[in-house]
Design a protein around this ligand. Structure first.
Ligand SMILES: Cc1cc2nc3c(=O)[nH]c(=O)nc-3n(C[C@H](O)[C@H](O)[C@H](O)COP(=O)(O)OP(=O)(O)OC[C@H]3O[C@@H](n4cnc5c(N)ncnc54)[C@H](O)[C@@H]3O)c2cc1C
Length: 495
């Protein structure tokens, strides 16, 4: 590959990048995307997702604008609704009201129209029956504000976005990693990239950085998230090494957001160092709200039922990482085993089972069995049996009088077969990044001036998520701000 020139250069080829490229192309002019990964690993973390997307909708008629529904589905399925106020409440609550109000308003306010726009580009969506709905009296009922996922999950999303890009005449250059920005007199005029070991110069009138956070960089994780984060597994791509953030900071971009925070979940203890596209997100183990988790000391350490999994899973990875030897066992009994999510039934799973609780206690590798049996006894005695168990709502079936109580979905652990799954911490993405102008996606410098020619979207934008995250918001953020940055870059490009 030789040096070349383009109007808008998008760095990255995940969801944020694809939305930026498609939006830029709508404005006219030439657009190209750079992908550090080879084609078979394309699409960054977006490819590893289940494609769940958090969107404002007011009922089934809105959803029917995003995906095809049969008359039976419209009549028989309880999709509920998810208002802008609910989305705002969720963002505020889970981020301890730190989320940037302007970015959050835009994320929420443009969620629905952005998904309609994606559909118009050829992306397809479907109801997320598998993960976000339970059957009540034979009928599906959705919970937790998430009713939409990309057709074909993350791989389907990226595939259709890349097809749309190719159709729009946007080339995607694989195995081409941007390494630095070309800046002349304070104006960004392209990037230096590496392709097959050689450096090339790609000139551009505007550059959109959409190349992820620093989750796949153990050194940066430890530097910013703290000690032991080098020991976390990476759930997704190995290519999000913080290059885009570092390039922008090197020319004076303002660091913004929760640099010491990230999205991290309970992830199979024996999962590989980085994600595996064949397994996708199935190393995660997200039925813990229905069971309990114990650490090496044999004791519970967190309220597993504090909220629906959508609002706790992204912060519980960090809590698991802080336990002795950085692991936990998720424990379920025969009453709950049939309700476990599909990801518990994959082949590559760190699982033990037993028919008696004593045998079970000795099978939990690394756990003090005597302390575990004592913990189970105390836990069982504390379950408020008078409240009926109902996984569709926060049922208030709690424990009473324990040091760490469980607020909802508390069930005794007393019925064979007993099953346990060992998890460590799997980091999904980091929250810290650069500051952008919310309306144009332009990167802001440390003097609070916009940097001419530089735009950003997706994971590397700081200020949206702090401490925690409402499930399905990452793809939505990439889509909304990708579209904004692409439009901004194409209309505000330098001469
Ligand atoms: C296992 C898993 C499951 C998830 N599930 C969901 C979900 O269901 N719903 C949801 O909303 N969010 C989910 N998330 C979060 C979601 O993946 C991210 O928020 C979102 O995909 C980020 O999109 P992005 O385009 O910013 O980054 P990415 O999709 O990661 O794209 C970054 C791109 O930049 C490329 N790149 C990196 N460095 C360079 C460079 N120097 N030069 C050129 N290219 C470069 C990468 O190869 C990649 O193509 C999940 C994350 C993981 C890891």
């Amino acid at each position: 590959m030789d040096d070349f020139q383009v109007d808008v250069l998008v760095v990255g080829a995940g969801n944020a990048a694809a939305c930026a490229a498609l939006a830029a192309r709508e404005q006219g002019g030439s657009v190209a995307m750079l992908e550090a990964a080879p084609q078979e690993e394309r699409g960054g973390n977006s490819s590893y997702t289940a494609g769940a997307m958090r969107v404002v909708f007011h009922g089934v008629d809105d959803l029917a604008q995003l995906y095809d529904l049969t008359e039976e589905e419209k009549r028989d399925v309880d999709f509920g609704s998810y208002s802008a106020d609910q989305f705002l409440d969720d963002m505020g609550r889970v981020t301890n009201y730190r989320c940037d109000p302007e970015l959050t308003d835009i994320l929420i306010g443009r969620s629905f129209e952005t998904m309609k726009w994606m559909r118009s580009k050829g992306v397809r969506f479907q109801p997320s029956y598998g993960r976000q709905a339970f059957k009540v009296n034979g009928k599906y009922k959705f919970w937790g504000g998430l009713a939409v996922e990309a057709w074909g999950g993350g791989p389907g999303l990226v595939d259709l976005e890349h097809k749309a890009a190719v159709k729009a005449g946007i080339p995607i250059h694989y195995e081409t990693a941007a390494v630095s920005l070309i800046e002349e007199d304070g104006v960004v005029r392209g990037v230096i990239a590496r392709h097959e070991g050689r450096k090339i110069r790609i000139g551009a009138k505007a550059v959109v950085l959409a190349c992820g956070g620093f989750e796949s960089n153990a050194e940066m994780r430890t530097r910013y998230l703290g000690p032991t984060w080098d020991l976390a597994k990476v759930r997704g791509t190995r290519f999000n090494t913080g290059a885009g953030i570092n390039m922008a900071l090197a020319i004076g971009a303002k660091a913004h957001g929760n640099w010491s925070g990230g999205h991290a979940v309970g992830w199979d203890m024996n999962a590989p160092e980085f994600g595996d596209l064949e397994v996708g997100d199935n190393f995660q183990k997200h039925s813990y709200p229905l069971g309990i988790m114990v650490n090496a000391n044999g004791v519970r350490f967190v309220d597993e039922g504090a909220d629906f999994r959508n609002y706790t899973y992204a912060k519980y990875g960090a809590i698991v990482l802080r336990q002795p030897n950085n692991f936990a066992w998720q424990v379920f009994d025969g009453k709950i085993v049939p309700m476990l999510r599909d990801e518990y039934r994959i082949k590559r799973v760190s699982k033990v089972s037993a028919n008696t609780i004593e045998e079970f206690a000795h099978k939990l590798e690394g756990v003090d069995p005597v302390a575990f049996l004592d913990e189970i006894k105390k836990y069982n005695a504390a379950v408020k049996q008078s409240v009926k168990f109902n996984p569709n709502i926060k049922d208030g079936r709690c424990t009473v009088g324990l040091d760490v109580n469980k607020s909802n979905w508390a069930n005794t652990i007393d019925q064979a077969p007993f099953e346990a799954y060992q998890v460590g911490c799997g980091v999904s993405f980091t929250f810290g990044g650069v500051r952008i102008d919310p309306d144009s996606g332009q990167v802001i410098d440390s003097d609070m001036n916009a940097i001419p020619g530089l735009y950003a979207a997706g994971e590397l934008v700081g200020g949206i998520f702090y401490f925690n995250y409402p499930g399905g918001s990452g793809l939505m953020s990439g889509a909304v701000f990708g579209r904004i940055a692409g439009t901004g870059a194409a209309s505000g490009r330098n001469a």
